[in-house]
Design a protein around this ligand. Sequence first.
Ligand code: HEC
Length: 103
Amino acid sequence: MVLKKTLAGTMMLVGMIMGLMFVSPYAVPIPQAQEASADTPGAQAFASVCNTCHSTDRIRDYQGDKSWGEIITLMKSFGALLSEDQAKEIEQHLQTTYPRDKK
Ligand code: HEC
């Protein structure tokens, strides 16, 4: 009887730990390896700067009417840290990767 209870307790603990393992990757906003195809300076700067606060999905799925230049200026006002050169490189990268009609 005592042994069975201990076993049940152990299984519950294992279950809880496994559950945490599934939850934790979403709780911690670590830059994703999915930007591994980054080979231009713009793509690299984008990967290291732009997904620190939100995922790149947020950017890929953007349907608003701001240009990428305006978006980058907006992100700077939110606290994104990037140099003038990086801003230009990222804008170039975004325009190539996710072309937008509006200038
Ligand atoms: C300091 C944190 C931070 C960084 C770094 C950052 N953003 Fe954002 N971003 C935000 C916040 C805050 C919002 C608004 C909240 C939201 O919609 O998630 C946002 C929203 C967005 C949106 C959606 C805007 C809309 O109107 O729907 C886009 C596109 C975007 N960011 C692009 C970028 C790009 C490109 C970069 C890299 C240059 C970047 N972000 C870096 C904080 C950041």
